[in-house]
Ligand binder design. Structure first.
Ligand SMILES: [Fe+2]
Ligand SMILES: [Fe+2]
Length: 470
């Protein structure tokens, strides 16, 4: 496995120079990518020096190099985890066979669809976040936003590499399409609905990186098990980048909570809005919205697609090696289905429940984030406790989209839903208040009124470091 070659136009560790045709194809996609970045990425900041990390080694340790970079000059490249020559498929009907180095003909369409769906989320999130730079609460946060943006750009490169290398002409067409669809565009939207939701304020951004990027983590974990080896190796490296995005979300929301708790402590009985902080109830409603929307991304509870993907060895479970039966042929999954307005217990064939199995892991991970936020309340002596809405709450996809459910997952009628919606989801006034706080705060070392400074800076630098130069 060659080290990352930065002398190339497209940095890579896949020896791109030895495949001239592929190299030319990717080099001709590169200007289209930059055009996309310049038109719908964080384009107003393209001339600024940003303190960013760039991958220099695909190993688990020390893969990042930090330094000032102008975003359009970021070295987007193709980095795969080194190949394990002995790797065999770890689940499904092909279990034990050598992992595929080429796309098996019978799975070509399914694999392309999986890769395109994953790939589409990457530029979508950059588009959703494109204007946030104008209202950053600090230079530290501005830098984190841009780090997430350039890495989502790199994730797009990762998927486009697979499309160009393994799917011939239709792969190249799909790669073009990935730059054509637009988040929130009525005529040509992104594929998945969460990636068409507006993300116009920083509380939404922090919830997005907490909940939506975490969906990304679990999709990548499932694809990292794929029998198609290049996809598995690509996703393994993407996961190392994804961890930072979730860090931005989890610690970011924690800092918003910390600031509010501090104001509550210092000014008991007062409305925290008088001090420019965000009420904890509002934060909870943002959590409700973004966690529900992101929970949809796992797809339907009972899904023949998920069964086919698992059986074919295309998409496994997160950390497949922790399971005992990797064929999942005879087991069942105990599910509460929603039939004629009622919850009914049913044992579903496990392969058909693979979306739900992945969602279980996701929900568990989210619960840990909620506990982390509650520790912030505990530390400051504030009695409020956050909670994760039940997975049935406010769903648009799957079984539960057919009804209404409260935060505990209990079915309710439409009248009750309408009467209580303002309690559960952010109201227009609330959104307007959050928006009114979105005033840029980019003086070195300063933080906006609604967020506490982080515990420490990036890469051992102080919190008041000049993370983005003016
Ligand atoms: Fe990503
Ligand atoms: Fe991400």
């Amino acid at each position: 496995m060659p080290q990352i070659d930065y002398s190339q136009k497209i940095p890579n560790n896949v020896d791109l120079a030895s495949d001239k045709r592929l190299q030319r194809a990717l080099e001709s996609w590169q200007p289209s990518y930059l055009e996309w970045w310049n038109s719908v990425g964080p384009s107003d900041f393209n001339t600024r020096d940003v303190y960013l990390r760039t991958a220099v080694d695909v190993g688990a340790e020390g893969w990042a190099h930090f330094g000032y970079v102008r975003m359009p000059e970021y070295r987007w490249g193709i980095f795969l985890q080194p190949r394990d020559e002995k790797r065999v498929i770890g689940f499904g009907d092909h279990m034990g066979e050598p992992a595929w180095q080429q796309v098996p003909g019978e799975y070509r369409n399914a694999l392309r669809r999986i890769i395109v769906t994953q790939g589409d989320t990457e530029p979508a999130s950059v588009e959703q976040q494109r204007l946030l730079g104008h209202t950053a609460p600090s230079l530290y946060d501005l830098r984190n936003l841009f780090q997430v943006n350039v890495e989502e750009g790199r994730h797009l490169w990762a998927m486009v590499y697979l499309l160009h290398t393994y799917f011939g002409r239709d792969g190249r067409e799909e790669a073009e399409e990935l730059l054509q669809r637009r988040s929130g565009n009525a005529d040509h939207p992104r594929i998945l609905s969460t990636f068409n939701e507006p993300c116009e304020d920083w509380l939404s951004f922090l919830c997005f990186t907490m909940f939506t990027d975490r969906d990304g983590k679990f999709q990548l974990l499932a694809l990292a098990e794929s029998g198609f080896d290049p996809l598995a190796r690509t996703c393994r490296f993407m996961l190392t980048e994804e961890a930072h995005h979730m860090f931005v979300g989890q610690t970011g929301v924690a800092r918003v909570i910390e600031r509010t708790c501090q104001v509550m402590k210092d000014h008991p009985g007062k409305d925290v809005r008088e001090y420019g902080a965000i009420p904890l109830e509002t934060i909870q409603r943002y959590i409700n919205f973004w966690s529900a929307s992101s929970t949809d991304l796992f797809g339907a509870e009972v899904s023949s697609n998920s069964a086919n993907f698992f059986g074919a060895g295309l998409k496994g479970r997160a950390n497949e090696d922790r399971w005992t039966d990797h064929r999942a042929m005879d087991e069942t999954y105990a599910m509460e289905r929603f039939v004629d307005g009622k919850l009914v217990k049913e044992d579903v064939a496990l392969r058909n429940a693979m979306n739900e199995v992945l969602r279980d892991e996701y929900v568990k991970d989210n619960e840990k984030g909620i506990e982390y936020w509650n520790r912030v309340c505990e530390r400051t002596g504030v009695g409020f406790r956050f909670s994760l809405p039940h997975r049935r709450f406010h769903r648009k996809i799957g079984e539960y989209a057919a009804g209404h459910f409260d935060l505990q997952g209990k079915p309710i009628d439409e009248a009750t839903w309408n009467a209580r919606i303002a309690e559960w989801l952010p109201s227009a006034e609330e959104k307007a208040y959050v928006k009114s706080l979105m005033i840029p705060c980019v003086e070195q070392g300063k933080f906006a009124s609604w967020i506490a400074p982080p515990a420490k800076g990036v890469d051992g630098k102080p919190v008041d470091f000049e993370y983005v130069k003016s």
